[in-house]
Design a protein around this ligand. Structure first.
Ligand SMILES: [Zn+2]
Length: 416
């Protein structure tokens, strides 16, 4: 494989401020999560797609005098956002189901009307590999426009050999932003299989070996009516045996053993946690398993929000993500998630920023390269057209994002 082209070199100057999670380590826990360093005013030097310096404008411009200069006209810089839980590889939409749910329909009625995950599986299979690649690229473009510079992306709407592998290829790209493919083979039991065990036997034997060549993580929907703890254990052990990092959708509707299993296996994260009680919070806090909270999913399904405040206070590793998917969280915006974190989860803007940068990068195994504005990190930078970095959470769905740089290349935003 050819070496990647070196990224561009330039200096971003004219910044009112550059704000970044404090400290150098990862993950951030407890009171460390909310601490943000602000350099004001600031300039950022980028050399071959990596940050070379963040500091007072005069110092940065003197040391990097030979580089191209970009005047940011008073913008505020924050790290490129990291979305560590998304489902971008799908066809069709679920607008009719959204309408039914707004009228008060329950799950059974939606299912009877042809909605639910199976309708997305049918639409995704119909797309074919090229259509799936186009749809995924479109969805990732929406994320980039909202400041995401690294997105995890799951398969799981194909649930057959070819469509699952096509989903992973569609996520892998290449794309203007960085992506991390996750094999979510254990998302749902497809209609052509009689039981979850029969389907898992097939997925583990026939799909997982090739999926493991394309994916970094394996994920399972551990829930009553989906996959049991025993089935999740079997699937994740097989995936880990092929070098994949284990993740779980857990405690979304019921506490079904996701947290104890994740700790036993050494999984990277349990995601959702809407139903997690005090014992689960304490267990996660005492472990190295991250809790990824997804407030949009709870909002769409009108569920109790996950206990994010308790998780932070007790010292768990907490990350935030969109859960972008066509059914329960049709939202590609981490800034909207940050607003929800500050309004319904009881988190502060600083905690929300770190949970969408450093800690999300840690979930994706990249905290040494992304998630901070600091020398040596990838030049993943969001410029806000706002007087203060907190506007990214404060301004609900606001048009604050002026430009997005991924490894030093502008991937979204008008030329200023
Ligand atoms: Zn999900």
């Amino acid at each position: 494989m050819a070496a990647p082209e070196p990224g561009p070199s330039l200096v971003l100057h004219g910044l009112t401020a550059a704000a970044s999670p404090a400290g150098a380590g990862a993950p951030l826990r407890g009171s460390d999560l909310g601490r943000v360093d602000v350099q004001a005013p600031a300039a950022i030097a980028i050399v071959e797609g990596r940050i070379a310096a963040v500091g007072p404008p005069d110092d940065v411009l003197r040391v990097h005098a030979g580089l191209e200069r970009v005047d940011c006209r008073g913008a505020v810089a924050i790290p490129g956002l990291v979305d560590c839980h998304t489902h971008p590889a799908f066809g069709g939409d679920r607008a009719a189901e959204f309408d039914l749910r707004a009228q008060g329909a329950d799950y059974e009625r939606i299912h009877a009307s042809g909605g639910g995950i199976r309708s997305t599986v049918e639409a995704t299979r119909r797309l074919g590999a090229t259509g799936l690649a186009d749809a995924t690229a479109r969805h990732l473009g929406w994320m980039a426009a909202n400041g995401t510079t690294t997105a995890e992306g799951k398969s799981g709407y194909g649930l057959d050999h070819d469509t699952e592998l096509a989903s992973l290829a569609a996520v892998a790209g290449p794309h203007p932003i960085a992506t991390v493919p996750t094999y979510l083979g254990a998302h749902s039991v497809p209609p052509e299989f009689g039981s979850a065990d029969e389907y898992l036997d097939h997925a583990i034997a026939e799909v997982l070996p090739q999926a493991a060549e394309r994916a970094e993580h394996a994920d399972v929907f551990l829930e009553r009516g989906a996959f049991s703890a025993e089935q999740a254990d079997r699937y994740l052990r097989a995936a880990m045996g092929l070098g994949l990092v284990a993740r779980l959708h857990g405690d979304q509707f019921t506490e079904s053993g996701a947290i104890p299993l994740a700790i036993e296996l050494g999984a990277r994260s349990v995601d959702h946690l809407e139903a997690t009680g005090p014992a689960g919070v304490a267990a996660l806090a005492a472990s190295d398993v991250a809790g990824v909270v997804l407030p949009v999913a709870a909002l769409y399904l009108r569920r109790t929000q996950p206990p994010a405040r308790a998780l932070v206070d007790e010292g768990a590793v907490v990350a935030l993500a969109t859960d972008f998917n066509p059914g329960s969280a049709f939202c590609d915006s981490l800034p909207v998630v940050m607003t929800l974190a500050c309004t319904v989860l009881g988190m502060t803007p600083g905690e929300a920023l770190s949970a969408c940068t450093v800690n999300a990068a840690w979930v994706l195994g990249r905290a040494d390269r992304i998630g901070r504005l600091a020398p040596g990190y990838d030049a993943d930078i969001v410029l806000l057209d706002a007087p203060d970095w907190r506007h990214v959470a404060y301004h609900l769905a606001g048009r604050d994002i002026a430009a997005v740089y991924a490894r030093g290349r502008r991937v979204a935003g008008a030329q200023r």
